[in-house]
Design a protein around this ligand. Structure first.
Ligand SMILES: NC(=O)c1ccc[n+]([C@@H]2O[C@H](COP(=O)([O-])OP(=O)(O)OC[C@H]3O[C@@H](n4cnc5c(N)ncnc54)[C@H](OP(=O)(O)O)[C@@H]3O)[C@@H](O)[C@H]2O)c1
Length: 252
């Protein structure tokens, strides 16, 4: 699907993988709305992206906020791309001194899983109303994680949320196929962002040592390049693509 002169919504587009994706989509000629909760971070991100970009603050778990963001995207033109990057990480075990409380588990699931679903469920009726261009009406990209399969000790909430995102890819793609909307999930390995900077250094070094090749963290632009390819390649649908330099995380 061509990006030029279309509108893309990037949730979590104010930092990290989402911001790098927004940058790529703008460079390809799309008008891009980035969404995040922090006004200051969002405004700075949109300013850096230039005149084709806009920012609207909102939390992906809140219905009204998502509706407001989608209304703003609609005012920018034809919404054809939704990239769901908004997400959080949180690690705690279920036995021991600092155990994960039920509300903490629910909060991770709510942001990562329900937040992703909440954006998609409100966006697709709008995308389905667009005229067909070439083969597609639109593309939805979700962001899971290799933790969906290789989750570490303490990652049960995060890994569960990401496995569920990967799991909803095929049913959504099947449901949206008659509307010519594709759904593709990207499962990143280790990328240099604010999210990974919160992980203790020792753990990061241990994980970096496990990456087969290239032996480094990925950059946001490498994630963004795959997102751009997914949008352009109509044969990609109903699939999770691991982007991980061959990493299969062993237990810590
Ligand atoms: N970095 C990695 O190595 C890695 C690996 C695997 C998967 N992932 C996944 O990739 C996605 C992006 O991660 P990242 O590394 O780019 O993280 P990041 O740098 O922390 O960026 C997260 C983005 O999501 C936004 N966000 C968080 N919670 C939100 C909410 N409830 N509503 C709206 N926006 C929200 C943040 O803005 P505000 O804080 O202002 O809301 C920010 O724009 C996440 O889903 C993460 O799980 C990352």
């Amino acid at each position: 699907m061509q990006l030029k002169d279309t509108v893309a919504l990037v949730t979590g587009g104010t930092a990290g993988l989402g911001l790098a994706t927004a940058r790529r989509l703008v460079a390809a000629g799309a008008r891009v709305l980035v969404m995040g909760r922090s006004e200051a971070t969002g405004r700075a991100a949109a300013d850096g992206l230039g005149p084709l970009a806009a920012f609207v603050a909102g939390d992906v778990t809140e219905d009204e906020a998502v509706g407001r963001v989608l209304d703003a995207a609609g005012e920018m033109g034809e919404l054809r791309t939704v990239v769901c990057c908004a997400g959080t990480t949180y690690s705690k075990q279920i036995l021991g001194r600092r155990v994960m409380r039920a509300d903490e588990f629910e909060a991770v699931i709510r942001t990562n899983l329900f937040g992703t679903f909440n954006v998609i469920r409100q966006a697709v009726p709008r995308m389905a109303a667009q005229p067909l261009v070439e083969e597609d009406r639109g593309v939805v990209i979700t962001t899971s994680s290799i933790a969906a399969w290789d989750g570490q000790n303490g990652q049960c909430a995060y890994a569960a949320s990401k496995a569920a995102i990967a799991g909803m890819t095929l049913p959504l793609a099947r449901e949206l196929a008659p509307h010519a909307i594709r759904v593709v999930d990207i499962a990143p390995g280790l990328f240099d962002t604010r999210l990974t900077s919160a992980v203790p250094d020792g753990v990061l070094e241990h994980l970096r040592g496990q990456v087969p090749h290239p032996k480094r963290f990925g950059s946001g632009d490498e994630f963004a390049a795959l997102a751009e390819h997914v949008i352009g390649n109509s044969m990609l649908n109903g699939e999770t693509v691991r982007l991980d330099a061959g990493l299969r995380m062993a237990p810590l």
